[in-house]
Design a protein around this ligand. Structure first.
Ligand code: GTP
Length: 201
């Protein structure tokens, strides 16, 4: 089970992304998150089932003290801005500083420009999102919770990155993994060696 946290300004669509991902629903009314909430979903990545706990934090400043206590246990963090609100993009730097302060050093980060169904009035160009993501070594997706665009892809991507970092041998081609027979052979030999040692003594 891995924990993935959604961070970003109020109203960028964090709750909507979580609900679209977990239950495939979308709500047009804006009900701002109070404190923190989570949802579970199992996804399949490279033929392996992975259970995800997705945490939706509140964008409003007054709840930040609650949400920072959840940063440390997250394996991945999705930073979300709204492509129609420039300010939410500029504030990503602020969210990154918070991650530096409160999350694990090796946490996987991914950048999301949400509401890409709203080309008019777009306030952040795709290239700007890509550039920022590159600077901080993050993957980048433009998504739409409304139209269900690129959300599964973004979650799969962060899970793959998490697995690569935390699960030894993940992502290696079969031929590059250590052969099971070789491991058994070594174990057998070492037990034999131990017995011999005992006899000697
Ligand atoms: P806080 O809980 O206050 O931090 O906000 P949030 O980031 O969770 O935003 P939320 O998901 O509540 O969405 C805010 C508003 O944006 C709602 O009215 C959503 O319907 C709308 N919204 C979310 N995602 C999209 C999207 O992809 N496209 C469009 N057009 N609207 C969206």
């Amino acid at each position: 089970m891995f924990k993935v946290l959604l961070l970003g300004d109020a109203g960028v669509g964090k709750t909507s992304l979580m609900w679209r991902f977990s239950d495939d629903v979308f709500n047009h009314t804006y009900i701002s998150t109070i404190g923190i909430d989570f949802k579970l979903r199992t996804i399949e990545v490279q033929g392996q089932k992975v259970r995800l706990q997705v945490w939706d934090t509140a964008g409003q400043e007054r709840f930040h003290a609650i949400s920072v206590s959840y940063y440390r246990t997250a394996a991945g963090i999705m930073l979300v801005y709204d492509i129609t609100r420039r300010r939410s993009f500029e504030n990503i730097a602020k969210w990154l500083r918070k991650i530096d302060e409160h999350a694990k050093e090796d946490v996987i980060k991914l950048l999301i420009g949400n509401k890409c169904d709203m080309e008019q009035p777009r306030a952040v160009m795709r290239e700007e999102g890509e550039k920022l993501a590159d600077e901080y070594d993050m993957a980048f997706f433009e998504t739409s919770a409304k139209e269900n665009e690129s959300i599964d892809e973004a979650f799969k991507c962060i899970v793959e990155e998490i697995m690569k970092r935390f699960v030894p041998g993940w992502g290696l081609k079969e031929k590059d993994k250590p052969a099971k027979e070789a491991v058994v052979e070594i174990k057998k030999k070492s037990r034999f060696a131990k017995n011999k040692e005992k006899k000697c003594c």
